[in-house]
Design a protein around this ligand. Sequence first.
Ligand SMILES: Cc1cc2nc3c(=O)[nH]c(=O)nc-3n(C[C@H](O)[C@H](O)[C@H](O)COP(=O)(O)OP(=O)(O)OC[C@H]3O[C@@H](n4cnc5c(N)ncnc54)[C@H](O)[C@@H]3O)c2cc1C
Ligand SMILES: *[C@@H]1O[C@H](CO)[C@@H](O)[C@H](O)[C@H]1NC(C)=O
Length: 423
Amino acid sequence: MSGLKVLVVGASIAGPATAYWLAKAGAKVTVIERFATLRTGGQAVDIRTAGVSVMRKMSGMEVQVRAKSTQEEGVCFVREDGRPYGIIRATGNPDQQSLISEYEIHRGDLANILHGLTKDNKNIDYIFGEQVASMQRNDDGPIEVDFANGSAPSTYDLVVACDGATSRTRAIGFGCGVRDHVVPTNTWAAYFTIKQDLLQGSKLGQGYNAVGGRFLSLGSESGSSTVMLMSVQPRGKGDSTLPFRQASSHGDLLLREYVAKHFRGAGWKSDVILRGMMHSEDFYASEIVQVKIPSFYNERLVLVGDAGYAAGATGGGTSLALTGAYMLAGELSKHPGDLAAGLKGYEQQMRPIVKEMQKIPPFVSTILAPQTAWGIQLRNYIFALVAWSGIAEFLPKYLGSAFARTDDFPLPDYDWKKTDQVD
Ligand SMILES: Cc1cc2nc3c(=O)[nH]c(=O)nc-3n(C[C@H](O)[C@H](O)[C@H](O)COP(=O)(O)OP(=O)(O)OC[C@H]3O[C@@H](n4cnc5c(N)ncnc54)[C@H](O)[C@@H]3O)c2cc1C
Ligand SMILES: *[C@@H]1O[C@H](CO)[C@@H](O)[C@H](O)[C@H]1NC(C)=O
């Protein structure tokens, strides 16, 4: 595939990872990102299963991820008055992770590491503050792309959309709306840091459930608290995240107010957390969705990461993004001169993994965020059982595939040297 000219859209996780592997396979890559800089916000994401295997194939990445890992020892689930009833710890074995990942890292740190691994590669260019305005294709030829903010129009052999779950590039390339193929999970979450360290340096995080499917979690980090507020509504009650999305469309302040209103009176440390949220400098909130689309590519546009298969609150999204980047480049290099065969190979490799990783374990809605006081009691009871019974065996069975062992998803090996790569 050497000599392929590729446009990658989005510089978060999937985008830089895709650029890394495509360049290794000999392609010339341009990465565009809508924002003016690399976005460093967001809370922790996990690298699991096949994502761990891909990371280990990217030179120097695992060491950098370890150096930046949040190193949470576990999460202690507490009652309203703060008394603990169960602790879930990391297993200490990155190849068989529990609810707590050995490779938990802030999303922004991971984006930085991936950008750092690729930005000096002479076959990769980054352009910030840019997005696709339109794409055209004449017959079987390359794609002509017009840009929205000043870059000269150009043609590419392939465009890779890595611009997240509500990908505009997908909408343009598949001729659909941005919310087509988006499957709501009736969940949203807000992530932010507050100045006060409510856990006084403890590396054991805390989690608290309030009625109405509200979950609050706290971590401690260099004198501050990292907070996640999650709202999970039962399914089958219509589009319960609509009010959240509407608030979100009215800007940051209204969104914070919406989140505050939703969590008011939740108990535990919610008052101090909500006050801190209003002044937080890194507030980020997002609906948590899945993307389910019949094909991961359409002619010469292909989807990698959340744009193609956002996994929702399963813990598998980042790992899928890393795996997709590797598979796409690998399959293209396996079929030199035959893009269609390469794309088909990518689809065939990824489809079963995506299917597994998108299974939302019953755990998420019934256990992590029970709706009623009775549900919380039951959850606490189950948690105590899980915590006592040795989670390593328990979790994969009840939590889903993101908690499977690394070698449950073996990666094919590709012969990168076949292409005249320049490292
Ligand atoms: C700011 C931010 C914070 C996040 N925080 C968390 C978190 O706390 N916990 C968690 O589990 N997951 C979080 N996520 C999601 C998580 O990063 C992804 O689920 C996963 O890592 C897969 O990443 P991705 O690269 O496929 O998509 P994303 O991480 O969604 O990245 C998409 C990228 O494309 C860019 N983009 C969007 N539209 C366009 C466009 N039209 N043209 C060009 N570029 C575009 C975006 O700015 C972004 O950089 C966050 C994502 C972002 C962007
Ligand atoms: C457009 O590009 C310029 C630099 O070329 C940048 O300063 C600006 O932020 C970009 N605008 C948008 C809307 O991204």
